[in-house]
Every structure is written in C-alpha cells, then in structure tokens.
Write a protein that binds this ligand. Structure first.
Ligand code: SF4
Length: 520
C-alpha cells in the first residue's frame, strides 16, 4: 500500500491509521454503485477520499456542504492535483476591475468575450475542472454544472462529503421559492388568491402563465444588454434574476401536484416535493456510475432518503478511537423542553449551574431557536459573558469575537451546530437546550406522514453533529450536555439513527459531574 505522502497528501498524514486502512480496503473492493461510510471525526476522511480517488483511476468530484469545507479539502488535495471550482458569483471579473460587485456571473451574462481563455480565474478554474481527475466543489455548483451541462461529463465518481447532508441538499435543490417582488412587480402578475392558493394543481396551471411571462421578461432583459459596450450592472443582474426565475418556474410546470406542498411565507410562497428521493437521479446523482457518501453521522437511512433500497448500496461504520472520558455526552433528567412547557426556569437554572463551574474555559450553548437564545440571555447570571449573533446577520463577527475572547466566553446561538469546528480551548463544553426537532411546518408534517422517522432523523443528525463540534482530535477534550427529558423516549426509539460512536460516549446521570481538568 502506498504511503499518504506518495498520494501527495500533506505532512499531517504521516502514516495510515487503522480506520483509514480499513476504509481504503473496503472502497477498493466495492461492488455496488453506492457506498456509504460512517467514519468518525478525526479519522482523516479527506485522506481516505483523496487516496481512493487516485487509486481507483476514476475521474472524481468531491462535493462538500460548505465553501469552508471545500477550502479544507483543497489544502489536503492540492499536491495530489486537486482543482477547486465554485459558482461564477464567487469569481471577481476583470472586465470591470473598479466594480467590486461585478462577478463572473454578471460578466458571463453580458457576453464575456474571454470565455474559455486563460485570462481570468473563473475560466482557468472551469477549464481545469473540465479535464481534471480530481475536482472539489460544493452542492450548488455540482447541481448546476451537471444539470446545465458545463463540461463535467468525464466525472465517473462522485463523493458526497458530509454525506448526511445529501438528502437536505437534494430537498434544497428541488425547493422553489417565489418572492412577492419578482412576481407582482417584475412580472406584473398576481399570485392565486384564497382559497385556491392552497391547491398545488392551481399553482401548476398558474406556473405555465408565469413561466411564459418570465421568458418574455428574460428576452427583453437580454436584448437590453446584448451588443451594448458597458451595460448597467443593474440590467445584467435583472437578466440573471429573470433567467433564474424562469428556471424555478420550470420546476413547478413539470411538478406532479399530488407530490408537492405549497406554503405561504412572509416574503412569498414556498413549494417543496414531499418525496425529494423521486428526484434524486435528475437533481443530485445524475447517473454518475460510482457514488460514495462519507460522514461521521451517516446512517443507512440517509441512503434510503436518496431513494436507494438496501440492496443497492453497501454501508460500513467505523468506530471512533477517541477516549470516551475526554468527550462524554451527559443527559441529566431535568424537564421536558417543548412548546407546552410554560416555564423553563429549571432549564435555565441547570445551565447556570454548568456555567458556574466552568468559568475558566470557553463553551457553546446551542439554543436551537432564537426565542430560546433571547430567553437565556435575559435570565442567565452569566449573560455578560455571552456572545450572540444577530438574527439574519452574518455570523462572522460573533464567531471572531468568540474565538478571540479569553476563558469564560460563551457562544450562545442556534446556528453554530454545523459547519464550524471549535477545537481545543475554543470550546471545552457544549450544551444543547433541547432535542433539535424541526418546527412542524406544512412540508415537515407532509414528509413525516409518509416517513415517521423523518423528523427524528433530522433531529438526531443535528444533535450528534452539534455535540461533535468541540472534539476534533484525540488530544482534544469536550463535555456535552442535554437536559431535555424527551431523551427518555427519543433515544430508545430512535437510537439507530445515531452512529455507534454516539452511544459509546452517551451517559444518563442523576447529578451533573464535576468538570474535568481544563486543557492547558
Ligand atoms: S470568464 Fe469572462 S465573465 Fe468570467 S471572470 Fe472571466 S472575463 Fe469575467
């Protein structure tokens, strides 16, 4: 077996670890189209994926859930020849160097004369991706490039990193949102009124008319920027917007009314397929012959949610080699935390007890909702140490403030449970205020009516992911806690939706344990 360095992996991959050897062996003998690997945090998943992609000889695209993860992959894979590609809106266009807002997306729409030349980052990235054997991208670029045929036909293998998010990415790709402004102002069209607007069949008929209007608006917008030396940026943005609106309406035109749910939101109307799995091939998998999903929380159910039956995939789970004493998850019976609880004082008291004994270290409270975030900050004795992000605002500022803060700082938010890592002293304890069930929106209820595990799967994934944010390597340390008494039925009933590594570190205790020694 070649060493990690012989695959071009960086120094941190000094030698293969047992989990990596076993996973690479399994991948080399895979016999089905789809393989799922549940590999715990710290097992060096990127090394496994990159070495397998090279060893298999198949042109491979690695699809990540966030641009941050894409960056991390690129750091590990660039010496192995990996190329990175993102949506055009991420590349600044040299055609208008003075306009910081002008991206390749705008330049492309206004008839870029340099398409395909090597004179700009975007073209270079697209050319490289179209011929490379090792590409890293994100879900949205993967979806758009495959769907609209941007020269990715050579890809024979796709790896969905953080594969537990693939069902949500598929559902997002199929979701259509129509805003009041773009329909009522731009297309000068009314939405169907009540009570008809509760029926998807009415919306489907309406969408034919709306799509024709959007097509007309797109053609007018295009004519306004075609052949013009320097079209106004707002004209170009309007053209891109209308083109995008036309694509969204085209989804509704072809949708099957009995399989979709329509829901009114303050900004417009949202449309979702009840069974996104029906669209998996056309919106996510694209007939790619080899599919691999990798994640620390992957379950066989994840593959079922992509429309794959158990005969059509292989699944292997690897155990964590972290010391359970360094990353326990405690459930301390306290109270049922849900909308029926009129008074959450017991919960707030318990949280303050935890914080009181851990003022010498940093921690994270996942509040699951902004309402609960506000309740904590208005009742806790330690509110002065709490760092929050404003709802709807970028998270960067709160995150930077927290990372730069000294011992005792507490990040209190419902949004840091995924996609952010808090290694070592960045976070030595995590509290989840409750089991993070999705609010029962119309679409959530419709999906749950077909699949009684739907909401529990989402909640379990979020809970396990959140508790994994503070324990990133063997020499890290992080205590996790939950005080929601719904755990008493949730875990016995839905424990199979959590990886084995979760059960190994989960403990119910009557009294909150003393904090361990802090990391030095
Ligand atoms: S390809 Fe054209 S539109 Fe895109 S960044 Fe380059 S010059 Fe601009």
């Amino acid at each position: 077996m070649k060493s990690p360095r012989e695959y071009g992996l960086p120094e941190k991959y000094e030698r293969w670890r047992p989990v990596q050897v076993a996973a690479l062996d399994m991948l080399s003998r895979r016999s089905k189209r789809t393989t799922g690997i549940c590999a715990p945090t710290g097992s060096g998943k990127s090394g496994i994926v990159i070495a397998h992609a090279i060893e298999s000889g198949k042109p491979t695209c690695i699809v990540t859930a966030t641009k941050g993860l894409q960056d991390q992959y690129l750091l590990d894979g660039k010496d192995a020849g990996m190329v990175d590609i993102r949506g055009r809106a991420n590349y600044k266009c040299n055609m208008r160097p003075d306009d910081p807002e002008w991206t390749c997306e705008d330049g492309f729409a206004s008839g870029c004369p340099y398409k395909g030349s090597v004179n700009c980052d975007c073209s270079q990235a697209e050319i490289a991706a179209a011929s490379s054997n090792l590409v890293v991208t994100n879900y949205s670029k993967w979806y758009n490039s495959k769907k609209f045929g941007l020269g990715w036909d050579h890809i024979q293998q796709v790896v969905f990193d953080e594969g537990d998010e693939a069902p949500a990415a598929l559902a997002d790709a199929m979701q259509v949102f129509l805003y009041h402004r773009e329909i009522e102002r731009d297309l000068e069209l009314d939405f169907p009124g009540p009570p008809e607007n509760q029926s998807f069949a009415i919306w489907k008929a309406w969408s034919y008319v709306a799509k024709a209007k959007a097509e007309e608006a797109t053609n007018i917008a295009k004519a306004r920027i075609t052949g013009v030396a320097n079209p106004k940026p707002s004209w170009v943005k309007h053209f891109n917007h209308m083109k995008n609106l036309m694509r969204r309406l085209a989804i509704l035109v072809t949708a099957c009314p009995e399989d979709w749910v329509v829901d009114e939101k303050p900004e417009g109307w949202q449309f979702d397929p009840v069974r996104p799995a029906r669209y998996a091939e056309g919106a996510l998998l694209f007939r790619t012959p080899n599919i691999i999903l990798v994640s620390a929380t992957l379950r066989p159910k994840t593959m079922n949610m992509l429309g794959m039956s158990k005969d059509h995939f292989e699944f292997k789970e690897f155990d964590s080699d972290f010391d359970p004493a360094r990353c326990p998850i405690y459930y301390v019976p306290t109270m049922r935390v849900d909308s029926r609880a009129e008074n959450l004082d017991m919960l707030w008291m318990r949280i303050d007890q935890v914080v009181a004994k851990r003022q010498d270290r940093k921690g994270l409270i996942d509040t699951v909702s902004y309402a609960r975030r506000d309740a904590i900050t208005s009742t806790s004795r330690f509110a002065h140490r709490m760092i929050i992000n404003e709802r709807g605002e970028p998270t960067v500022e709160a995150l930077t403030q927290y990372r730069e803060a000294g011992p005792g700082a507490i990040l209190v938010s419902p949004v840091f449970g995924r996609g952010y890592d808090f290694p070592k002293k960045d976070c030595e304890w995590i509290i989840m205020c409750k089991i993070p069930f999705e609010p029962p929106s119309k679409i959530v209820k419709a999906r749950e009516a077909l699949d009684r595990e739907y909401r529990s799967y989402q909640a379990m994934q979020k809970m396990v992911q959140t508790f994994g944010r503070g324990m990133r390597s063997k020499d890290d340390k992080c205590e996790c806690m939950i005080f929601d008494d719904h755990m008493q039925w949730f875990l016995p009933r839905y424990g199979h939706l959590a990886p084995k590594s979760f059960h190994r570190i989960f403990k119910q205790v009557d009294i909150l344990p003393q904090p361990p020694e802090r990391l030095m």
